[in-house]
Design a binder for this molecule. Structure first.
Ligand code: S3P
Length: 178
C-alpha cells in the first residue's frame, strides 16, 4: 500500500496524452484535476509559448517550479505536468511526496502526428529525436509506473491505469501490487 499518497501525477514528453488522460481520470474518479501549464498561463495571463518567447525558458522553469511546489501539496487530485517538469529532480521530489508518478510514453511516429506542427520542436525530426533521447532517463527514473500511449484510445489507457493502481470501483487508496 502506498499510504499517504493520494495524487495521481501524469508525467512524460509533449503530446503523450497527459492532460486528456488527467481529465478523464478526474472524471471517472470524481477528483479535482490540475494542469501545471494551465495554472502558469492563468497566473501570468498569457500562453506558455509567449512566456518562453518573452521571458525565456529559465523564467518559465522558475514559474513552473513554483507551481509544482504548490500543487504537490494537494490531495486526492489528478495532476498533469508540462513535458519539462521531470527534468528538475526537486520537482520530482515534491510531486512524489503525495503522489504516484505515471509516465506516459509514445513512439516517435505517434508524437509526430500529435504535436502541433508549428511548435519549435517540430522544426526537424532529428531535433525531436534528440530531445526525446536526452529526456528518456530523467522520465524513467521519476516513474513509478510506465504506460504506453501510442495508438491507443483514452478509455483503454485509463482502464490500464485504474487496473494498475487497483483503483477500480470506489477504492480510494492506491495499491501498486508490488
Ligand atoms: C514543455 C512542454 C509543454 C510546456 C512547455 C515546455 C517541455 O507542456 O510545459 O512548452 O519542455 O517539454 P506539454 O508537455 O503539456 O506540451
Amino acid at each position: 500500500m502506498e499510504r499517504g499518497k493520494s495524487n495521481i501525477v501524469l508525467i512524460g514528453f509533449i503530446a503523450t496524452g497527459k492532460t486528456s488522460l488527467a481529465r478523464e481520470l478526474a472524471r471517472v474518479l470524481n477528483r479535482r484535476q490540475v494542469d501545471s501549464d494551465e495554472l502558469i498561463e492563468a497566473r501570468e495571463g498569457r500562453p506558455v509559448r509567449d512566456i518562453f518567447e518573452v521571458y525565456g525558458e529559465k523564467a518559465f522553469r522558475d514559474l513552473e517550479k513554483e507551481i509544482i511546489g504548490e500543487i504537490s501539496q494537494l490531495e486526492d487530485s489528478i495532476i498533469s505536468t508540462g513535458g519539462g517538469v521531470c527534468l528538475d529532480p526537486e520537482n520530482i521530489e515534491a510531486l512524489r511526496k503525495n503522489g504516484i508518478l505515471i509516465l506516459l510514453e509514445s513512439d516517435i511516429e505517434t508524437l509526430r502526428e500529435r504535436i502541433d506542427p508549428t511548435r519549435p520542436i517540430m522544426k526537424s525530426k532529428e531535433k525531436l529525436e534528440e530531445m526525446i533521447a536526452s529526456r528518456r532517463d530523467s522520465y524513467q527514473r521519476a516513474a513509478d509506473i510506465r504506460v504506453d500511449t501510442s495508438d491507443r484510445s483514452i478509455e483503454d489507457i485509463r482502464d490500464e491505469i485504474l487496473t494498475r493502481l487497483n483503483l477500480e470501483g470506489d477504492k480510494n487508496e492506491f495499491n501498486l501490487g508490488r
